[in-house]
Design a protein. Structure first.
Length: 140
């Protein structure tokens, strides 16, 4: 079966329908993928770009974004590298009200033999009980 990388803009057109002709073309691609004529493969970086664009440009809230992106992840014929990690990051992005990238990194750390995080972003990372935080220069 043929595989092809699916870029961020395909999903943006499909989700927002801001350019109807392109949205329809992507719908046709997804239909072909559903029929197993091809597999659309994408990455966690595409999801990071989707989250950023949908929140900053399209002004969607975290619940809307999570719902839309989980629908993409669960679409037959679409493969998302690091699928489980992206799903966990989307859940935490909404539930813990933080940046997608921070949620992604917290999900990434679950699979690591270390849990120490050195960051100035204590506000976000302290929401994860599985991490040990260190703020450089903090003596408290």
């Amino acid at each position: 079966m043929t595989k092809a990388f699916a870029d961020t803009n395909l999903f943006l057109r499909f989700l927002t329908r801001d350019i109807p002709e392109q949205a329809d073309a992507v719908k046709d691609l997804i239909t072909r993928a559903n029929r197993k004529e091809l597999v659309l493969v994408t990455t966690a970086m595409v999801f990071a770009e989707l989250v950023w664009t949908l929140s900053s440009f399209y002004k969607l809230d975290k619940t809307q974004i999570k719902t839309m992106l989980l629908a993409i992840i669960n679409t037959p014929g679409i493969e998302v590298e690091e699928r489980d990690r992206v799903i966990q990051a989307l859940v935490w992005f909404e539930e813990k009200n933080l940046d997608f990238i921070d949620a992604y990194h917290a999900a990434w750390l679950i699979e690591r033999p270390f849990k120490r995080v050195i960051t100035f972003d204590k506000k976000h990372f302290q929401r994860f009980g599985h991490l040990d935080l260190e703020v450089p220069g903090d003596t408290s």
